[in-house]
Design a protein around this ligand. Structure first.
Ligand code: KG4
Ligand code: ZN
Length: 375
């Protein structure tokens, strides 16, 4: 079954062709980073316009790379939410029009379910290629951690509707998503956009113990997250100090260079700034790992999936690898290309829904806050 996946929930216009939920024939992502870079964050109206401009060429390129025509496709899977409503609508309306004009089945996919499926997709692909990797089996605890989400799910096979899975939400961020905190701290220190990958690359040059951001204590559900405290602590540490004047110097320098490398950025950071950045990353990563392991303990599961853009983070991967060795958990990550927003994960998740007989009708629409699973 050849499924065309379409994803446009935030600032990436993406299309992919995936065979039988496992074989990626094409996975095209048009990033809008250059559009949003100068604002230090995604501007929703600009994102919608970019999606409108790019959706058709991106789908065309996916079909070209997969060496298929639209008529060869068996079905279309599209992100229906959560995300920016204008952005979602572009992909959704396009997918609906394609499906109904070609008389192909259509299925709506929750973006978070897509991220979860990126782990299964990667694992199945590796195993199909003969890589000696362990099978990513359910039940599992999943951490979806990105610029828009920081959520822990419990995922099991649902015997009633197999092969569609059952999700329940174990914890969720009460304020910023972890990736958003990375991006905001990077904006504050004028390091560049998006902040996550830059902070990831700078942090090994700083001392992660230099600044103690403390531990986040959650009242109520201990599996919830909160990153606003760390972000505010950072703001107070920087505002009106030498960190702020150094950031202003970087702002002036950034106006003179178009696309500085990570090495260029590092060369414009003092050791104290590198220490601050490394300590910030360390605090966020420790918190993510601690709560995810607590969730796995609470569920008595030994399998953990980590997905979403922040899953690219080197320290996060390292800490989970250590925990898996010391505490006997099996932790699965997608490759970086499947961790950030992409449409292969949407096609892969859609495949299971289509197999289970799910079909979307003309009433399918976008939902900015579409939930996944039971709270
Ligand atoms: O999954 P994604 O592409 O889009 C959303 O659904 O949000 O995630 C993007 C987020 C951004 O906040 C970006 O800064 C963060 O993922 N990110 C990282 C890294 N790579 C991307 N954060 C930390 N370390 C990284 N290496
Ligand atoms: Zn995402």
């Amino acid at each position: 079954m050849l499924v065309l996946g379409i994803e446009s929930s935030c600032d990436e216009t993406a299309a992919a062709v995936v065979a039988d939920g496992v074989g990626i024939r094409a996975n095209i992502v048009a990033s809008q980073v250059l559009t949003h870079e100068k604002y230090g964050g995604v501007v929703p109206e600009l994102a919608s316009r970019e999606h409108l401009r790019t959706i058709e060429p991106v789908v065309g390129e996916a079909c070209r790379q997969a060496q298929v025509t639209l008529r060869d496709l068996d079905a279309i899977a599209v992100t229906e939410g959560p995300g920016l409503i204008g952005s979602l609508l572009v992909g959704l309306v396009y997918a609906k029009a394609l499906a109904f004009s070609l008389h192909k089945p259509l299925v709506g996919v929750n973006h978070l379910e897509g991220h979860i499926h990126s782990v299964l997709l990667e694992n199945k692909m590796k195993r199909a290629e003969g890589n000696p990797v362990a099978e990513a089996r359910l039940p599992a605890v999943v951490l979806v951690v990105s610029g828009g989400h920081t959520t822990l799910f419990r995922i099991t096979d649902n015997p009633q509707t197999s092969p569609v899975f059952a999700y329940s939400r174990l914890g969720h961020t009460r304020d910023d998503a972890a990736g958003e905190a990375f991006d905001k701290v990077s904006k504050l220190l004028v390091l560049g956009y998006p902040g996550g990958p830059i902070i990831d690359r700078l942090s090994p040059f700083g001392n992660p113990q230099a600044v103690d951001f403390g531990h986040v204590k959650m009242k109520g559900n201990p599996l919830d997250f909160s990153f606003s405290g760390i972000k505010t602590a950072m703001l107070y540490r920087v505002r009106g100090t030498h960190f702020a004047s150094e950031a202003e110097e970087r702002r002036a320098w950034r106006k003179t260079v178009d696309h500085p490398t990570h090495e260029d950025i590092r060369a414009h950071c003092s050791q104290e700034t590198l220490d601050l950045v490394a300590s910030f990353q360390n605090a966020v990563v420790e918190d993510l790992v601690k709560r995810t392991l607590a969730a796995a303990d609470a569920c008595r599961f030994d399998t953990i999936f980590v997905a979403g853009g922040v899953a690219c983070n080197s320290l996060l991967r390292q800490r989970f690898a250590e925990a898996s060795q010391q505490q006997g958990f099996q932790v699965f990550f997608p490759s970086p290309a499947l961790s950030t927003d992409n449409a292969a994960m949407i096609a892969a998740a859609g495949y299971y829904k289509l197999q289970a007989g799910e079909r979307a009708g003309v009433s399918l629409t976008a939902h900015a806050s579409l939930p996944l699973g039971f709270k």
